[in-house]
Design a protein around this ligand. Sequence first.
Ligand code: FES
Length: 158
Amino acid sequence: LARAYHEKVISHYENPRNVGSLPKNDKDVGTGLVGAPACGDVMKLQIRVDENGVISDVKFKTFGCGSAIASSSYMTERVKGLKLEDAEKIKNTEIAKELSLPPVKLHCSMLAEDAIRSAIRDYRQKRSTMSDPKQKGFIDVTQSVVTGQTVATAHPGA
Ligand code: FES
């Protein structure tokens, strides 16, 4: 071997964390599916988001090189427990540094950055089309705790 891979890459490659899938149609799940034009490798990364906007579960499947598999495995560990706003700030340079990827392998870590962003985007999109009241119009019924009166407020759609 001309260049020995860093042991962290080997560890994530041989024993990848969080491999698998989450139910794509689940309303709490966001799916990111991205490809690297340079080599044709593909990465799927899925997140489950709890009611506080925190990533509670992550799964990935990567059809790609060892560095791409290691990058996605690292990314899943890194984002678990993070708020979406913090997860979307993670840069591929951080992954490359952590795994000591050589410059020719930078695009592999870029896949992981693209994948998490794409998963977050998918989750948000799903949420906004599902719960945007302006889309359908809805009636909000609340019972006043003080008077016991039922108050219905209509919100006609846009
Ligand atoms: Fe394509 Fe690594 S060579 S992702």
